[in-house]
Design a protein around this ligand. Structure first.
Ligand SMILES: [Zn+2]
Length: 442
């Protein structure tokens, strides 16, 4: 057992814990650290030294274990580490060179590779294997003999990593890039079938949203549309990628969004499954939100259930299925998930078959009012009511009843919305569009 005291800086460390020679004080066996030193690399190296790995050797383990140990054990921190390192695993650094400590490409690629090799080693051989590897290496000075003690070889281990980790990563990267290229092409050439072929077919709500998005895109001509994907994580048939979208409308309006998107392998192809959501099930709602938050989802869910009790009772109707709510943390992503030409003032959205979508611009004390409004739309559609003036009248009434203290603000917001909507009508010919969120002036 070692102790690792940490001192405020180098001076008290030198004074209180002098080196072996000279001092009368005998420090406990251990490593004495100033607080300015990084703890994790020291501990990782200490563990490996203790296990018998000769100093200065096994750099792939020393570097890799630091990455493996340098994050807290929670899911979010591990995700951050994985998504930082996986994009750097690209075959630029060669696994056998890194294992043999002869890599000529130091830096990010080597660090990522060392981490991946270490993770795979621990997966395959566990802590007992690590102990055996370090011990034999210390005793014999040979990595080959150390791997032989595990009935393996460094070449076999490197090849196993390439087959088991690198090739699947490269295949997923390629597959996702193919899908993204097809999607871009389908959007530019207005090919709805090809576009929908890039979307998973087991999420009916997302699929309807994508269909509506495509219909809206057909009504607003595009000058350019560009998609780029960067693989962040791979787990079997599920992948996470950073998706960047840049588009220019015919009128010259440019939008740029970037978000983490899930892809799934279906029938050998990588298909888009939508943004990376954190999901919570409630009584009458399924809530998707983009970040791992604790406070907001509970507030939102409580507000949604209050709104539900009121609207379902007023309209004497309970929807047959839970209502999905998607809370975005990026207003532009909220907008472009609906239409590339959604007016800037829109903050809440519902169309039949879709989730209720909320912009992050909706304040927490507005949740009940906005959800009551969108839920009223859902119930009226479910009951077969299409008339727009009934929709907006009832939805606005329900939102004001759900948040009477906000009614003055809502009224002000809707009045300016009417002006905006009229302006948009003239500019972009919205006559063809479903104008559910356009407030009637009557
Ligand atoms: Zn409305």
């Amino acid at each position: 057992m070692y102790c690792i005291p940490r001192y405020p800086d180098e001076d008290p460390l030198a004074w209180l814990a002098p080196a072996e020679s000279g001092g009368t004080r005998v420090p406990m066996p251990g490593i004495y650290l100033a607080r300015t030193a990084e703890l994790t690399p020291t501990v990782a190296n200490l563990v490996l030294d203790t296990l018998g790995l000769p100093r200065g050797q096994g750099m792939w383990l020393r570097t890799g274990l630091v990455e493996a140990m340098s994050v807290p054990g929670d899911e979010e921190s591990r995700r951050e580490r994985t998504t930082r390192l996986v994009p750097r695993l690209n075959g630029e650094a060669i696994s056998s060179h890194v294992l043999a400590n002869t890599s000529e490409a130091p830096g990010d690629a080597v660090t990522a590779l060392a981490w991946s090799l270490s993770e795979r080693f621990l997966e395959m051989y566990g802590a007992a294997g690590l102990r055996a590897l370090c011990q034999v290496r210390g005793e014999t000075g040979s990595q080959e003999k150390a791997f032989a003690a595990l009935s393996s070889s460094s070449h076999g281990f490197a090849t196993g990593w390439e087959v088991g980790v690198l090739r699947p990563l490269e295949a997923a990267r390629l597959g996702i890039q193919e899908t993204v290229a097809k999607r871009q092409e389908a959007i530019l050439s207005a090919d709805k079938g090809a576009f929908l072929a890039t979307v998973v077919n087991d999420d009916p709500v997302f699929r309807v949203e994508e269909e509506h998005w495509f219909d809206a895109r057909l009504r607003s001509p595009l000058k350019s549309y560009e998609l780029q994907a960067n693989l962040l994580e791979l787990a079997g048939d599920a992948a996470l990628a950073r998706l960047e979208v840049t588009s220019t409308s015919e009128a010259g309006q440019e939008t740029h969004t970037a978000y983490n998107a899930r892809f799934r392998r279906q029938d050998g192809r990588w298909i888009l499954a939508g943004p990376e959501w954190h999901t919570q099930e409630g009584m009458h709602f399924t809530l998707h939100h983009t970040r791992d938050q604790t406070q907001t989802p509970r507030l939102l869910m409580d507000a949604a259930e209050r709104a539900y009790a009121q609207v379902a009772a007023d309209l004497r109707y309970e929807p047959a299925t839970p209502t999905e709510i998607k809370l975005y943390d990026d207003h532009d992503l909220f907008g472009t998930s609906i239409s590339l030409s959604l007016p800037e003032w829109a903050r809440g959205w519902y169309e039949p078959g879709e989730a209720i979508k909320l912009s992050p611009r909706v304040q927490e004390d507005e949740y009940a009012g906005v959800i009551a409004h969108e839920l009223a739309h859902r119930i009226l559609f479910d009951r077969g009511i299409q008339l727009e003036w009934i929709h907006e009248g009832v939805a606005t009434y329900e939102s004001m009843r759900a948040a009477p203290e906000r009614a003055w603000k809502l009224r002000a917001c809707y009045v300016s919305a009417v002006r905006e909507a009229r302006r948009f009508n003239r500019l972009f010919d919205w006559a063809q569009m479903p104008t559910y969120d356009k407030v009637s002036a009557e």
